[in-house]
Design a protein around this ligand. Structure first.
Ligand code: ADP
Ligand code: MG
Length: 278
């Protein structure tokens, strides 16, 4: 629930996910919520269960227990068509942009395909799709001429932009971005983070930004959830996590980022995010 007692847009309640017969669940009793337009960081060391949580939200991992609520309703209990419609509004972007795009499909076709799958009625003709694809390339600051390229003819940063354009084709209300910049070098990271921040501002969509990098989360997010070994160990506004971390693990994470990366200095922070320049 958020302040005014209306349900959060997206909520995870006591989510536990276990792979096979593993002694320890990959995610254990994880709860948090995401409100309209919010950017929340999900942080923790590699292997702590961040991707598992993100994947469970969109139904890619079945939970052992717990629920995922969309506007207060359990996704697992929704009729199939309604769940499909709700999940269209929750789009995921992965770290590995080459795995996320079909190598046999040109970049523009990958985006057009999402329009065809999810918004066929509005974009019924090839021309309508092509024109929307060009707009979406513009949204992610990609030259529309790159729509003709195959994924292997694009850089990692360009491929990630195509993945984001493909997600945007669904007009999502939430972007689950699972380490979207972690595979990119620092300069390209900064450019892509700026694009993401400006997209959030323009579209008003919310983002769950999964990252092992607390400094990047501080640039982008207003709140963060810290995970360790499958559990949430701390959560709260990013500025208080930075100024007075409570969990020992959060302090360790902070110690690993002795300074803010240069990208934060000129960063157009999301409303509510810590002002990294101060
Ligand atoms: P993170 O995204 O934080 O790096 P993950 O959610 O990918 O962490 O993984 C959490 C734990 O679950 C790790 O111990 C990982 O090895 C394990 N794990 C992840 N995916 C699978 C899988 N498909 N099968 C078995 N174990 C997995
Ligand atoms: Mg991961």
């Amino acid at each position: 629930m958020n302040g005014d007692s209306s349900p959060s847009m997206l909520a995870v309640e006591h989510l536990t996910v276990r792979y096979g017969r593993a002694a320890r669940p990959a995610a254990a009793d994880v709860s948090f919520s995401l409100n309209e337009g919010e950017c929340v960081g999900l942080v923790g060391a590699s292997g702590c269960g961040k991707s598992t949580v993100a994947r469970a939200i969109v139904g890619l991992e079945p939970p052992e227990s717990g629920r995922v609520l969309w506007r207060g309703r359990d996704l697992a209990e929704m009729p199939r068509e309604e769940r499909r419609a709700a999940l269209r509004l929750v789009q995921m972007v992965f770290q590995d942009s080459s795995g996320a795009l079909d190598p046999r499909m040109r970049a523009g076709d990958a985006v057009a395909e999402a329009l065809w799958i999810h918004r066929r009625r509005e974009f019924s003709t090839r021309a309508a799709r092509a024109s929307r694809v060009a707009e979406l390339f513009g949204e992610v600051e990609l030259d529309p001429a790159l729509a003709r390229r195959w994924p292997h003819e694009l850089s990692g940063g360009q491929r990630q932009r195509v993945s984001i354009a493909r997600a945007l084709a669904c007009e999502p209300r939430v972007l689950l971005a699972d380490e979207p910049v972690s595979a990119l070098d620092v300069a390209v990271q900064a450019q892509l983070l700026r694009t993401l921040a400006s997209l959030l501002r323009r579209t008003g969509m919310a983002m769950l930004f999964v990252s092992h990098d607390l400094a990047v989360v501080r640039c982008l997010c207003s709140r963060a959830i810290v995970m360790e070994a499958g559990r949430v160990v701390e959560s709260g506004p990013v500025d208080s996590l930075f100024s007075s971390p409570r969990a020992p693990f959060t302090r360790e994470l902070l110690a690993a980022v002795p300074r803010l990366p240069p990208l934060c200095a000129s960063f157009p922070a999301h409303p509510g995010a810590a002002n990294p320049g101060s």
